[in-house]
Ligand binder design. Structure first.
Ligand code: PEP
Ligand code: MN
Length: 375
């Protein structure tokens, strides 16, 4: 059971104290208090765990600080959608909105290499009004002798350049909890010129200690990649680990599944799961067409497979696109062959906008159908 308190209930009010006192004394029930800071109000949610089957929803709703109570299932308690659950989806971070209704594009370098390339990328994004990017500093690699990313050494100049070009959020994978502090210390030293979304890669989807460490901080939102060899349910539970530790500002990223059956693509593109994740949880959903498709192959219609895959995700309601670009792919240190080129950026952005608008129109079509049936 979940008790949602009236917005902005002061934690030192009598109503709060009485409510908590009552709930704390329910036999066999333990409490977990979760604070949700929205752009205009603070919400306190109290999760009642344990022996809650016999609890009376109306009795909980009658408590002075409680606005409403929801019976929740065990799956994805915090991030999931439950019956009669009208809680909002998404969050606001560093001036950017993330929700299940809007769309943000994170085009950028798979791996940070030299300042000149980072500059070219960010300049192009600024010219097209984009305020988000991806920049890999810590790279998990299959081969221990491959380039592992510049690590904390590149953070100062990457963040400075982001600030200079009006980038508000940089998606950056971390592979160890110590990287959170490296990023935070660097941003603080520079006066926070930009923001960071901590990315958890597909190889770490079930690295539970890393998930817990990232979940314990709420300064930075999180982009969790689906595990490439596990079920969707297992990946969604991994996201719930973050929320259970206190950070529910999570975006779920589809990036393809590892199977021979996906060939000729690097992974089996799984973007039909966009609406499924939105139905099962309140997380905004991201698609990563670069790591799904993994090449610059084009079909006879002249459109690259990466672009087709992007369109499939966005037309199905994806809320974020994470995509590799590079000004000189032949010089890229990681994943050059799948990178899109700078001169492809405007057309790609136009294509994505078209698909996002089409998704909205598709919703209208089915809403009209629903209205006509209920008339
Ligand atoms: C990446 O986005 O750079 C990456 C390594 O992705 P994934 O974890 O999905 O392989
Ligand atoms: Mn990559």
């Amino acid at each position: 059971m979940l008790a949602i308190l009236h917005p902005n209930t002061p934690l030192d009010s009598d109503a709060y104290r009485q409510t908590l006192h009552y709930l704390e004394n329910l036999p066999g029930v333990s409490l977990r208090v979760h604070e949700v800071q929205g752009s205009s109000q603070r919400l306190t949610e109290i999760y009642l765990l344990g022996d809650t089957k016999s609890l009376d929803k109306e009795e909980i709703e009658a408590l002075p600080a409680v606005e409403r109570a929801i019976r929740i299932s065990d799956d994805y308690r915090i991030l999931g959608r439950h019956r009669d659950d009208r809680r909002q989806s998404g969050f606001h971070y560093n001036g950017v909105d993330f929700s299940q209704d809007n769309l943000n594009i994170f085009a950028g370098l798979c791996a940070v290499d030299v300042p000149e390339h980072v500059e070219m990328m960010m300049q192009a994004l600024e010219e097209h009004g984009e305020v988000c990017t991806r920049m890999g500093a810590y790279k998990p690699r299959t081969n221990p002798y491959s380039f592992q990313g510049h690590g904390k050494g590149c953070l100062p100049w990457v963040f400075e350049k982001a600030g200079k070009h009006g980038i508000k959020v940089v998606a950056m994978e971390i592979t160890h909890e110590s990287h959170i502090e490296e990023i935070d210390t660097c941003l603080e030293k520079l006066g926070r010129p930009t923001g960071v979304m901590l990315q958890i890669g597909t190889r770490n989807t079930q690295n539970f200690e890393l998930l817990k460490a990232i979940g314990r901080q709420s300064t930075y939102p999180v982009l969790l990649k689906r595990g490439f060899g596990i079920t969707l349910n297992e990946s969604l539970n991994a996201a719930e680990y973050l929320a259970s530790e206190g950070n529910a500002n999570v975006i779920f990223c589809l990036r393809g599944m590892k199977t021979e059956a996906g060939q000729p693509h690097r992974n089996m593109v799984d973007f039909a799961h966009v609406p499924a994740v939105k139905r099962l949880t309140r997380m905004p959903v991201c698609v990563d067409p670069s790591h799904s498709v993994g090449s610059r192959e084009a079909s006879p219609d002249g459109i690259l497979d990466v672009m087709h895959a992007t369109a499939q995700g966005v037309i199905a309601g994806a809320n974020m696109v994470l995509v590799d670009f590079h000004p000189k792919p032949e010089k890229a240190l990681v994943d050059g062959p799948q990178a899109l080129l700078m001169n492809e950026l405007p057309a790609y952005l136009e294509d994505i906008r078209l698909c996002h608008e089409t998704w909205k129109k598709r919703q209208d079509i089915y809403q009209r159908l629903k209205d006509s049936v209920s008339e």
